[in-house]
Write a new protein. Sequence first.
Length: 578
Amino acid sequence: MAEGMDAPGPMRPFAARVLSALAGAPKAATGRGRFQSLRDALDRTRTVTLRQLALAAILAACCGTAVLAVINKAAALASDDGYSLVYVFLFFVLIIGYNLAQKFFTKGAAHDLEMALHDVRGVTATRIARLDLRHFESFSNERFYSALVRYYEMISMGIVNLLSGVQSGVLFLFSICYVLYLSPAAFLLTLVAVGFLTYGYLMKAGETDGARQEAAAAETRLMDGVHDLIQGFKELKLDPAKRAIVVNEIKACSAQAAERRSHANDVLTDLIVYINSTFYLLSGAVVFLLPLFSKDSHEQIERLVMVVLFAASSLMTGVGATVQTVAGVRLAAQGIRAFEGELDGQVETHDDDVGATTPPPFLSLALRDVHYTHATGNSDQRFSIGPIDFDARPGEIVFITGGNGSGKSTALKVMTALYPAMGGQLLLNGAPLGTGATESYRRLFGTVFAEFYTFHRLFNITAEREPEMWRLLTQMQLAEKLPGGLMNGFNPGALSTGQRKRLALVIALLEDRPILLFDEWAADQDPEFRAIFYREILPGLKAAGKAVIAVTHDDRYFDVADRRYHMDEGKMREVTAS
């Protein structure tokens, strides 16, 4: 979605045009806007052609207008004490035709748009997954949730209403053409009413959009507060003053969102009342003014009133279905566009897709004069690490020690190419890491970071590896804590922090990567598991030819390491055995 939908082509999807217009997406320098990927997705997922959808909408409008004409003819015949089964037959045929065409249009267009949105969301998820870690950390969780879930929900919920509005608009056009056939004067009155309607909408739409945007901003802050309440629940239970601040912030944001949405609803109510009043006035004008300057008969005016009211009701139905929907969809489309713009230029170019190639062989890893600086803070306060010189080889255990805040975790992220080195070199097997080779390089590492995450299910565990998995789970005293159908998913929240960390260790071991990296793994473990980790697991990995890099504070186990590096204020030095 980095590009838009303004590419040339005779089959430009209506839905992509609508969303691009709603988002107000500016054209890029190449002449292509932000919704090109939606256009492409519609091209791939469309089950019916645009021509078929257009014909269905026109057919439905023709049938609806023809029903009016048949009713008028039958009413005129009835006024002369006549009756015709032909009109009865036509009436039912047209009703059936209207239903079939309307369903074909709405269901076909809704299905294609839903599938296209699904396709675009998949592209966005892929782009997020390929973000540089530095840029990923610049987004909040709520921002990702909005970009991948909330905005799409808003658009999806409005699809049927938007399509209903489109169909009602087409029906209105055919209806006023029928009004023109019956009475040019009534047609002019209808155009005047539509002019007033358009003016009123344009006057109010901007105010509604502004109020909704302010409400959305307040809701984003509200989501931050709710996240604090849920994730920091234990801390808040221990600190009533802090708890009161968080709850009051939630209440304040909720009140602001409610106030702005209430204001938007007030404006919307005024607009709907204005629309209804306009068409009531139109009906009155047909009844009271039309006879003054038209030679239409009394019966003709009665039929005109019915037709005009039908045309008005079709437009009012369309307006009612779309006015509120358009505001929400516009807000969501603008949110998607803005987020996609923020992703531009931040997505990594991967050297291969998942499983396309095997990781490179591992003979040695070295960092030479490596530097890295965090982007946050002003230039005088940004934290930096370096110069760093570091070596790791198969079949050895390397410990990294240092105080809190000394840069150990940052060094590990640079070492694994999650952060790009801003100076110096990463050497794999004695050669500098090539441009575009970071993805395959990262596959060398099995990790348990300090800020590790436990997924709700296990990945890439083959049936052949399951016995080994259960052996390790038993060793870590986790087998009884997890369901027998573990591969189908489980609830990580049922495990303690230490248990989840032991599960993360099991997963890292099962991945069987040549380099194992552990960041303070033993910090949350009791003495029994610390001893197992240092005296059994690490020596076993060394014997298997793995390179083990572990950040640790456990000085009683320093003898396990073949070499040790110490970090202080971002600087790393190798510690020689005394």
